[in-house]
Design a protein. Structure first.
Length: 269
């Protein structure tokens, strides 16, 4: 627990710094984070005998994230996103020259890496530009992380104290309904505090964001647990002492970020 707390403290400082230090720091940090998480995913699925195209996948992921960032910085026409198409389909061609018994499994898991890891990080990154597509604003990404952390903390504390009814025992035997509702309570509470500081959105918008983060963040945690159990792996990595890997730390973000972005975009536009 001590190791876990120390790691969380320093990593939280780094993450908050990446948000507060401006658009370029924010871009570089989450580009790096998304690529490391993708590498963890590819390393994890190799346990099951899959051989994804790691180098091609990381290159394509960097281009996808780069095009996303470029759109927010330079507001180019969306047609330039088509530049990614040849790179993505080259993965099929590269597989022709490899001697594998399950070629389409390798191709499939390469693409799943984009869908499961890269695209969610792009949606989270884009929250920083959602209020104004031309200018970076840290309010939404900061609020997202605070609500997600509040959910995790509340779920842990309430689950430890009152947890009796299992939430989804097949994939995560320690999670409880009491913990889920405790996380929901703490996250909505934090959303109210945020609404008093960031007044550009109504309090109900922030509360709705909190509810989505708790619900889909919990599902994201379960999805990653399902992945690890299917591969008989304990953690996605060992980079963060006491927390495992980056996928373990950001599993909730991976499912919640696209949903929250869609919710906010529909409300704001």
């Amino acid at each position: 627990m001590k190791t876990r707390a120390i790691t969380a403290f320093f990593f939280t400082i780094v993450m908050l710094g990446s948000i507060f230090l401006g658009a370029y720091t924010f871009t570089f940090f989450y580009l790096s984070l998304s690529l490391v998480a993708l590498l963890e995913f590819y390393k994890l699925v190799k346990i099951g005998g899959i051989r994804p195209h790691r180098n091609m996948g990381v290159l394509a992921a960097a281009v996808i994230f780069g095009l996303t960032a470029g759109y927010h910085f330079f507001q180019y026409e969306l047609k330039y996103l088509l530049l990614i198409v040849p790179l993505l389909f080259s993965i099929f061609i590269v597989e022709l020259y490899k001697k594998n018994k399950i070629p389409f499994a390798n191709i499939s898991y390469t693409f799943i890496g984009f869908v499961y890891v890269t695209i969610p990080f792009c949606f989270f990154y884009s929250l920083g530009f959602l209020n104004d597509f031309n200018h970076y604003n840290f309010h939404l990404p900061l609020a997202f992380l605070l609500m997600l952390w509040a959910s995790d903390t509340g779920a842990y504390l309430f689950g430890m104290k009152f947890g009796k009814h299992r939430l989804f025992e097949r994939h995560s035997p320690k999670k409880s309904w009491e913990g889920f509702f405790g996380g929901l309570f703490t996250s909505v509470l934090v959303s109210y505090v945020i609404s008093t500081q960031f007044t550009e959105q109504a309090s109900w918008v922030w509360a709705g964001m909190a509810v989505l983060i708790v619900c889909f963040g919990t599902l994201g945690d379960l999805v990653e647990s399902m992945l690890k159990r299917s591969l008989d792996a304990k953690d996605s990595g060992s980079f963060l002492p006491g927390h495992g890997g980056f996928l373990d730390r950001f599993d909730g973000l991976l499912i919640a970020a696209p949903v929250v972005y869609a919710y906010l975009y529909l409300i704001l536009y």
